[in-house]
Write a new protein. Structure first.
Ligand SMILES: [Zn+2]
Length: 576
């Protein structure tokens, strides 16, 4: 099954020939650059031993051994008996089998690491590797330390027959336990990762990072080509292909792996106390203790136009301005990755959060790349995946809403746009971690609500939220898009009206003239409002959060006296 060919770099001891550009690299430079060619960026294979050294804090690694496994359960013989093959691999690599495991620290925090070694029988998954990965997961569960795996494998080990297949089951159930206890798992995919490893622990991790140029898939390209008798796309099953198809979170160059892993580990330490955040005083004054902020009366059509200003900060801008150590996470693990939703983990005032928001752009090119902020189903499914991850890791969810609407298109309908939007609402209704949502620009209908069912719903002063765009409403009811300003007024879609209707709990002030005039200040105001909301919500139990969120949405449409109690409106009015 070890299909992808994996040559070791040619070496004369001091000079190594790059497998990518064929240039010669001095061995010292090669080692310093972690086996990456500085000319062409080709990532060469890394031994398990080197991985452990590259990823864990210096001096922190303590090897983990696993129990002895059946040596040759089938008495397997092909051209040579399996025991002889094993003995040869041990002799060549100095390893007992195709993986090493160590406890250690990463960016100062305890982790457990398993690194596979392709040199050992193509990194094939037999009982020894399966046992080691399982033991590592069990340590992670017991000691509540994140599990990191680095894979390089052709697949299951044929010489151990169906027992090697069972290693997939064994490791997969170990990962289920990680989910149950809320321990983070990160998979680092190196070239190549195929078959049984790809179809078990390499892709079951919460976060999947892949090295540039690395390939991953279930069936290898040769098998696929033989089966379908067609040529395959050039980048088939490579890192870029997998990112585009939603299968991995990020392509990370080897030099940046430690940094990315450190950010993930740090951003996912669960919080129970609002460390760096200050709660509101109950009266809703926010950090200044000021009276609730109510935006000045303004023509709703003017608000609609301001909300669409291309200079307004996007979710990606807010992520950079608001969060420490933001690590973007991508992909729905089903079909694709939509750039119309940006999401990831980072820390807000020291508190880890999962930030998820619609993404527009400032230029035509950016707008096209983000589909003008109109997500297809895979955008919503990425959001759902990451909300579930936030719940698993017990970290709050912060969503930023800014969309003209969900993408209306044939492909979106084929993949279940309505289902994706509906499922997000059901999911958000029952999340057991705090959820704060801010409408930062356009709150366009169901596409906005699919990220907007929160414990605390805030809106920026120049944002709008409505069941339909003013243009859409004007076209249908006034039979003319030119009536959009009239429709905007009739729909009562601005912050003041939404506050009166109870649809939003508070209004986030914007810099004079709008958020686009001073994005840094806009981000500070938004950060203060979200921080205050989180500080109020973090002390609440999971059951209380769900109960109050239910109440918040239960009463809409009923006369005020009959409606269920809604959360106390708190306006985090961070003043200048
Ligand atoms: Zn090169």
């Amino acid at each position: 099954m070890s299909e992808p060919d994996r040559r070791q770099p040619m070496s004369d001891g001091r000079w190594i020939q790059c497998q990518g550009c064929r240039g010669m690299i001095h061995h010292r430079r090669f080692a310093r650059d972690l086996g990456v060619c500085s000319e062409c960026g080709h990532h060469h294979p890394v031994t398990a031993e080197d991985r452990v050294e590259q990823l864990l804090d210096p001096g922190s690694a303590v090897p983990v051994e696993s129990a002895a496994v059946l040596a040759d359960p089938l008495s397997f013989v092909d051209s040579v008996p399996y025991p002889d093959r094993l003995a040869g691999a041990r002799e060549r690599t100095g390893l007992a089998d195709a993986a090493l495991c160590a406890r250690g620290r990463l960016a100062g925090r305890p982790v457990v690491l398993v690194a596979m070694d392709f040199r050992f029988l193509g990194g094939s998954l037999g009982a020894a590797v399966g046992e080691l990965v399982t033991v590592a997961a069990e340590i992670a569960v017991r000691e509540r330390r994140p599990l990191i795996t680095v894979t390089a494998s052709g697949g299951a080990r044929m010489q151990e027959g169906v027992l090697s297949l069972m290693q997939m089951a064994k490791t997969s159930q170990a990962f289920a336990e990680l989910d149950e206890v809320g321990v983070l798992s990160v998979s680092v995919v190196a070239d190549p990762t195929f078959g049984g490893v790809a179809a078990s622990f390499a892709t079951l991790a919460d976060v999947i990072l892949i090295e540039p140029g690395a390939r991953m898939g279930f069936a290898g390209p040769r098998v696929i080509r033989q089966t379908i008798r067609e040529e395959l796309p050039e980048n088939f099953q490579t890192a870029g292909f997998l990112l585009e198809h939603g299968m991995v979170d990020a392509v990370v160059p080897r030099q940046d792996l430690r940094g990315a892993l450190g950010r993930l580990v740090a951003a996912t330490v669960p919080v129970t106390a609002p460390a760096g955040l200050s709660a509101s005083d109950g009266g809703g004054g926010g950090e200044t203790g000021a009276v609730p902020y109510v935006p000045e009366e303004r023509d709703p059509w003017e608000v609609v136009r301001l909300a669409r200003d291309l200079g307004r900060p996007t979710t990606a801008d807010y992520a950079g301005l608001l969060l420490e150590d933001f690590q973007e996470l991508r992909g729905d693990r089903v079909f694709g990755d939509s750039r119309s939703v940006v999401a990831g983990v980072g820390r807000l005032g020291g508190v880890p959060v999962m930030l998820i928001g619609h993404q527009k752009g400032h230029t035509t090119r950016e707008l096209v790349a983000s589909n003008f902020g109109m997500p297809p189903p895979e955008g919503y499914r990425k959001a759902a995946r990451l909300m579930r991850l936030a719940e698993k890791l017990r970290i709050p969810v912060v969503t930023l809403v800014d969309t003209p609407g969900a993408y209306p298109g044939v492909t979106a309908e084929e993949r279940g746009q309505a289902v994706a939007i509906a499922e997000n609402q059901r999911l958000m209704a029952r999340l057991t971690v705090p959820v704060v949502s801010v409408i930062t620009g356009e709150g366009g209908s169901g596409g906005a609500l699919a990220l907007g069912m929160a414990d605390r719903v805030l809106i920026c002063a120049n944002a709008w939220y409505s069941v339909i765009s003013p243009e859409g409403c004007a076209a249908i009811l006034w039979k003319s898009p030119a009536a959009a300003p009239l429709a905007a007024r009739a729909l009562r879609l601005d912050a003041g009206e939404l506050l009166r209707l109870g649809v939003v709990d508070g209004v986030v002030p914007e810099p004079e003239g709008g958020a686009h005039t001073d994005p840094v200040l806009a981000a500070r105001l938004l950060g203060a409002a979200v921080g205050t909301a989180l500080a109020d919500l973090l002390p609440l139990s999971a059951a209380e959060l769900v109960r109050r969120r239910h109440g918040r949405f239960r009463g809409f449409g009923l006369p005020a006296a009959d409606s269920a109690p809604v959360a106390v409106p708190v306006v985090a009015a961070a003043q200048r």
